[in-house]
Design a protein around this ligand. Structure first.
Ligand SMILES: [Mg+2]
Length: 390
């Protein structure tokens, strides 16, 4: 089998209204797609997220494609090594953060497409290829964003409506944009609205310094939180600026010993080294490594295996349409992050035919083959940017 064609395209659909995480406001729902075709007519799709979309496409088409065309897509680890060695694994290359990210994200998109082909070649789903049984997984509603002009009451009403519609028993909310008091007021409002039986997590989106994180954890303990997500950024914030000992993983480790609230992280940890460091610091209970942001399936499986050894559960960040098959296959798969797609990800159910659904709080695992999805050509052509497509 040989790779004969590589295509890329991207899409950006405005969120109405814009949805704020704690650190920034998301104006649009975006996807960057890689599609790989073989001489046997097998077609695989992947997605990459976390770098400028035209740059992801350009990196795949101009820099990775020459390493891939004519090669056997079943040798996915070999091709991963080849892409990694091209820039990422070489000292001094790439020189800048934005280049580092586009190479990591482009590698993820290609790797996901290669795994799709590997599974389809055997008429299996990716879950089955990994030895897993395709089964529904517990899901949480990722909601309670910062929306301009929205009161706490409206925020809670919107979340409750979505929770009830799909039977969610777990949810996540955003805190941290406006410091400690705002965080506690929001948590208090949501906990009061959803009652004591719904599991509630909070996502800080890396906005706290140590003092604020500790203060918030202490005040939030009576609200029975499932986890606090990413209290700390790669670079220090607030009172930690200028602290020569600042280290987000060490700080999480110290925090985890000062609070009963479990911590989670991983969506902004890139590469094996960063993930293993996070795992071995013993500071998190839940790993949120994202298959589309760095390294693809090849890296995700190794990170999840290391987590398994350390007693850490997988709660992967975002893109449930790819993570569901991985989370269902690994022994430490715990929960799926899902959205109110109408507001947060208006493109998803239309762009991907076969997009998994949530019922009674459980996300369905598609039957396959491959990822069990295909790109909806009509939707992409109408709304997308066809960088190299068709
Ligand atoms: Mg997060």
């Amino acid at each position: 089998m040989k790779i004969v064609k590589i295509e890329t395209a991207w899409i950006s659909i405005p969120c109405n209204p814009p949805q704020g995480v704690s650190s920034m406001t998301i104006q649009a729902s975006t996807d960057t797609i890689c599609r790989i075709t073989t001489d046997e007519g097998i077609v695989g799709i992947g997605e990459g997220r976390g770098a400028a979309q035209p740059e992801i496409c350009r990196t795949i088409m101009e820099e990775y494609s020459p390493l891939l065309l004519g090669e056997n897509p079943l040798y996915s680890q070999e091709l991963w090594n080849r892409m990694y060695s091209y820039k990422l694994g070489v000292p001094g290359r790439p020189p800048e953060w934005k280049d580092l990210r586009r190479y990591q994200v482009a590698l993820a998109a290609v790797d996901l497409a290669l795994w799709d082909i590997r599974a389809r070649a055997q008429n299996l789903s990716v879950c089955e290829l990994l030895g897993g049984k395709p089964k529904a997984m517990p899901a949480y509603l990722s909601k309670a964003f910062y929306v301009d002009g929205q009161s706490h009451e409206e925020m809670c009403d919107e979340a409750l409506t979505e929770m009830k519609r799909d039977g969610f028993t777990h949810m996540k909310m955003r805190v941290g944009r406006y410091g400690f008091r705002d965080a506690i007021e929001r948590i208090e409002a949501v906990r009061k609205a959803i009652g004591p039986d719904i599991k509630l997590a909070v996502d800080v989106n890396e906005m706290f310094d140590y003092e604020t994180a500790l203060q918030t954890c202490r005040a939030a303990e009576p609200y029975d939180l499932m986890w606090m997500e990413e209290p700390f950024h790669r670079y220090p914030r607030g009172n930690d600026i200028g602290n020569p000992n600042y280290d987000r993983d060490n700080f999480s480790g110290i925090l985890s010993r000062q609070t009963s609230i479990p911590l989670s992280a991983g969506e902004h940890h890139y590469g094996y080294a960063e993930c293993f460091r996070l795992i071995t610091r013993g500071c998190i209970r839940y790993m949120q490594y994202d298959v589309t942001k760095d390294g693809g399936v090849t890296a995700w499986l190794k990170v999840s295996a290391a987590c398994e050894q350390a007693g850490i559960l997988m709660a992967p960040h975002h893109v449930p349409h790819f993570h569901i098959m991985l989370n269902a296959a690994v022994p430490n798969g715990f929960i799926m992050e899902c959205y109110d797609n109408k507001r947060q990800h208006p493109a998803w159910p239309h762009l991907f035919d076969g997009f998994p659904t949530v019922k009674n709080g459980m996300m369905d695992c598609p039957k396959g083959p491959g990822w069990g999805m295909s790109v909806n050509e009509d939707f992409l052509r109408k709304h997308g940017h066809l960088y190299a497509w068709g």
